[in-house]
Design a binder for this molecule. Structure first.
Ligand SMILES: Cc1ncc(COP(=O)(O)O)c(C=O)c1O
Length: 385
């Protein structure tokens, strides 16, 4: 099996699994209990909070653990809107559904409206987006992701928002950094945002655990009420093992960032040099600053979904869009937002590399893709005759 779908999820690192195991076995205490076992669980959460904070150079008290990246995006947007009478939501047009659908719902509330920020064909915020953002006023909320899950395009948000003076105008800024974490150096305050979303399973940690990093001067309303866990912002007995795993994954991601990025860039360069030799393949946004692990491309003749299944049969795991939208055959909203026509967007595939991929795997992938394209084309031409 060659796994090239690391933006959908990553394999848990064995160190992460080992770190978690005691919390699934003998260290099962409830972190809210006062006895020794409870205190041990609480201490483990405190350590993980420091580790996750350190990945983004934030203070541990700024970390709110949530049940996923999706939940953290919901908490950021719903939690903020719930505390402000009226305002405008400015949302990137290539955001993850956990941002777009959350924003859609909030815009139905009295006093709130939603503005979509268009992107260029390279996936970057367009001039029109900048004009719209220039209208943002104190109390409004902007949410644009740091790096895109399908194309890997990196949005230079701190520079753009700096030029517009958004923070000085009192605009609240959220960013979904789920795909950026572990691939880009992240510094919460240098980014100039008030809220930032992370998810553990994209950085070799467990699924079902995320975090919202927040500037404590911004009020957010909890979306889950109860015993007041996570500074009152996310009630519910903590998933200690998952939190501990997230902490361990954050340490690994932090420590290996430079080494891993260099390796991934070398692998992607090899991959894209190979792809460019295959007739009909076009790499999307290849002139734009992208995550070093991500390569999204279109093919001339075959639909992404068809090729995905052909490659799966050959033991290669790849995506034809984001994992969340792969269950239906509607073309990727991200690619169509970049101005791609629907039929071409249906012919897109995404390779997302991980730290454990090898050069041999890239060679095998390229060879297999060429073979499958050739066999598809010959079947298609026979059918045409
Ligand atoms: C950019 C982005 N944001 C948010 C999420 C959601 O994270 P989670 O799977 O932890 O809910 C994903 C997952 O695919 C993602 O790629």
């Amino acid at each position: 099996m060659i796994y090239l779908d690391n933006n959908a999820t990553t394999q848990m690192d064995s160190t992460v699994v080992e770190t978690m195991l005691p919390y699934l076995r003998e260290k099962f205490g409830n972190p809210s209990s006062r006895h020794r076992q409870g205190r041990a669980a609480r201490a483990a959460i405190d350590t993980a909070r420091e580790q996750v904070a350190s990945l983004v150079s934030a203070h541990p008290s700024q970390v709110i653990f949530t049940g996923s990246g999706t939940e953290a995006n919901n908490l950021a947007i719903k939690g903020y809107v719930a505390g402000v009478m009226s305002g405008r939501l400015f949302i990137g047009s290539t955001e993850h559904p956990s941002v777009t659908s959350t924003a859609d719902k909030q815009a139905r509330f009295d006093g709130w409206s939603r503005f979509e920020l268009p992107v260029t064909e390279n996936g970057l915020l367009s001039d029109e987006a900048m004009e719209k953002l220039n209208m943002a006023k104190s109390g409004d909320l902007v949410s644009v992701m740091l790096a895109n899950n399908e194309t890997g395009v990196i949005q230079p948000i701190s520079e753009l928002y700096g030029q517009l003076g958004l923070k000085d105008k009192g605009v609240t800024i959220h960013t979904d950094a789920v795909q950026a974490a572990g691939k880009l150096p992240l510094n919460f305050s240098a980014l100039g945002v008030h809220m930032l979303t992370l998810s553990a399973h994209k950085i070799h940690g467990p699924k079902g655990i995320g975090a919202l990093i927040r500037d404590k001067s911004i009020a957010i309303e909890p979306q889950m009420d109860g015993g007041g866990h996570e500074a009152g912002l996310r009630s519910g007995t903590e998933n200690v093992a998952a939190i501990v795993g997230f902490g361990a994954a954050a340490v690994l991601a932090h420590e290996s960032l430079v080494r891993t990025s260099e390796k991934l860039l070398a692998l992607r360069t090899k991959l894209e040099n190979g792809l460019r030799m295959i007739p009909g393949i076009e790499i999307i946004a290849d002139k734009t600053d992208r995550l070093v692990n991500t390569s999204c491309f279109t093919m001339a003749s075959v639909e992404g979904e068809t090729m995905l299944m052909m490659l799966d049969k050959a033991g290669i795991a790849i995506a034809s869009g984001s994992a969340c939208s792969s269950h239906d055959n509607t073309p990727s909203k991200i690619l169509t937002a970049m101005g791609m026509d629907k039929s071409l967007a249906r012919r897109a595939l995404r390779v997302s590399l991980g730290k454990d991929n090898t050069e041999n795997e890239i060679d095998t992938f390229l060879e297999t893709l060429k073979m499958k394209l050739a066999s598809f084309n010959s079947i298609a031409s026979n059918v045409a005759i």
